[in-house]
Design a protein. Structure first.
Lengths: 147, 311
């Protein structure tokens, strides 16, 4: 995390768009709402961070190395899968993510993957929603409006 | 009462035992009937707002809400804490924010969006609708010292069914089931589940702290109501132990599994074998142990300090 959330809020007020939208902080947030419910100024910090991720993408800021890049890859692929199936398909998400970041990690992941497989916690095939076309329509109408 | 049931993606994969045990418990309770929403879709997870548009979570949730409404349901039960938070937020915003409602309506195309159902968590429904007094406890969880771990999204953001900083619903439930709910400070700390894929180090350190505090409070099991908390604390428990140079050896159970055990349900319906840290030894030594003479002297000790909820 390169700036604290408080610094990010001040940077927004100061109009430091480039620095804010390329920061690691916005991708480090775990979205647990701890700070949001305690903020003395009633700022919904979690939603601000999520909105900043969105702005970074819409305004075409490059994802630098590290957490900003990895976070973006994960989030973008997550939504690609939801767009395709209407639901998430964990196996593809994990494979896509590791292949794009560091394929060698898949070797380290193998024992965990095996445990999950043996415990039948890993679904091998996607289970798509039947209303996929309708769901894709939702994506289509919203993306067109935003960009 | 009848509720529309929204399982969510993880109930069909990593947290299948949560789904199974919840349905088994609901089947036993006359006052809790769950009817699955046909052809439900993704709840509108956090990446939806980040990647596509701030109105996408509301629009995705709106499709589920609208189908539930078509079923004639006023309330939805969502067991995954993340789904619960996303859909609860969407339901609230769609009821009170005209602009968002109009946008979601537009995104939905031909589908109608009438009155929006409320979204509830099964813990809320069990404690506040079914009622703790109405739970049939046939096999009290004696000897279990449970750390009730709510995680971040069961109680946050504000406006949910319990206190945001110090919730007690699950603790009261566990005490009703005959277990001891230990008092500990990490009830609502985040496990880091939302970022563990791309920020493993941070999220593992957050999860390890949860287990350290549960152990320090004297717990011999942890109860959870979120698939991500369960996954991190259970599947990665060895790694978390290495990180803190210890071995936690703490079974992480969904609160519905503990309910099922206490209600005397057929244990094969509760998915206990799917837990990575097996709970069987603990259960044999506590819940299933015959009343032994060894245990009696312990009761003669000085009375414990009073805890919340005790008269």
């Amino acid at each position: 995390m390169d700036y604290t959330p408080r610094t990010i809020m001040r940077m927004i007020q100061a109009g430091m768009e480039d620095e804010v939208l390329t920061s690691e902080t916005v991708w480090t947030c775990a979205a647990c709402y701890s700070c949001a419910v305690r903020c003395p100024r009633d700022i919904d910090i979690t939603d601000v961070m999520v909105r900043l991720r969105n702005l970074a993408l819409i305004r075409g800021y490059p994802a630098r190395a590290g957490i900003a890049r990895r976070g973006r890859i994960y989030n973008v692929d997550f939504m690609k899968i939801v767009r395709r199936f209407g639901r998430i398909y964990e196996l593809e998400l994990v494979l896509r993510y590791h292949l794009k970041t560091n394929p060698l990690n898949l070797i380290g992941m193998a024992p965990v993957g095996l445990t999950m497989f043996l415990k039948r916690k890993l679904r091998l095939l996607p289970r798509p929603a039947k209303g996929r076309a309708e769901i894709r329509g939702i994506f289509y109408r919203l993306q067109e409006k935003d960009q | 009462m009848k509720y529309a049931y929204f399982p969510g993606c993880s109930q069909e994969s990593t947290a299948e035992e949560y789904n199974r045990s919840l349905l088994a418990v609901a089947q036993r309770l006359d006052s809790l009937e769950l009817v699955e929403i046909p052809d439900w879709n993704c709840c509108g997870a956090t990446p939806a707002a980040a990647i596509v548009s701030p109105t996408l979570p509301h629009s995705l949730a709106a499709r589920n809400l609208s189908i539930a409404r078509e079923m004639g349901m006023d309330e939805i039960v969502a067991p995954c804490a993340a789904c619960y938070k996303n859909m609860r937020k969407a339901s609230h915003d769609l009821q009170y924010n005209e602009e968002l409602r109009a946008q979601a309506r537009g995104a939905l195309g031909n589908r109608q969006l009438g009155r929006v159902p409320d979204v509830r968590h099964p813990l809320d429904v069990v404690v506040n609708d079914v009622g703790l007094d109405n739970l049939p406890v046939e096999k009290p969880l004696k000897g279990l010292k449970v750390a009730c771990y709510y995680g971040c999204l069961l109680t946050r953001p504000a406006g949910g069914f319990d206190d945001i900083e110090y919730p007690t619903s699950m603790d009261r439930l566990m005490e009703t089931l005959g277990a001891e709910a230990v008092d500990w400070p990490y009830k609502t700390k985040c496990c880091g589940g939302g970022i563990y894929m791309f920020h493993e180090q941070v999220s593992f350190s957050m999860s390890a702290d949860v287990l350290v505090y549960a152990k320090a409070a004297g717990a011999n099991a942890v109860a959870v109501g979120c698939p991500f908390c369960q996954l991190l604390l259970d599947l990665y428990q060895d790694k978390l132990g290495d990180l803190r140079h210890t071995s936690f050896d703490l079974p992480i159970l969904f609160f519905t599994q503990l309910m099922g055990i206490a209600m005397g349900l057929d244990r094969s319906t509760l998915g206990l074998e799917k837990l990575v840290v097996p709970p069987f030894k603990l259960l044999a030594e506590t819940v299933d142990a015959p009343e032994s003479a060894e245990r009696k002297p312990r009761k003669a000790r000085a009375p414990k300090p009073k805890k919340w909820g005790e008269a």
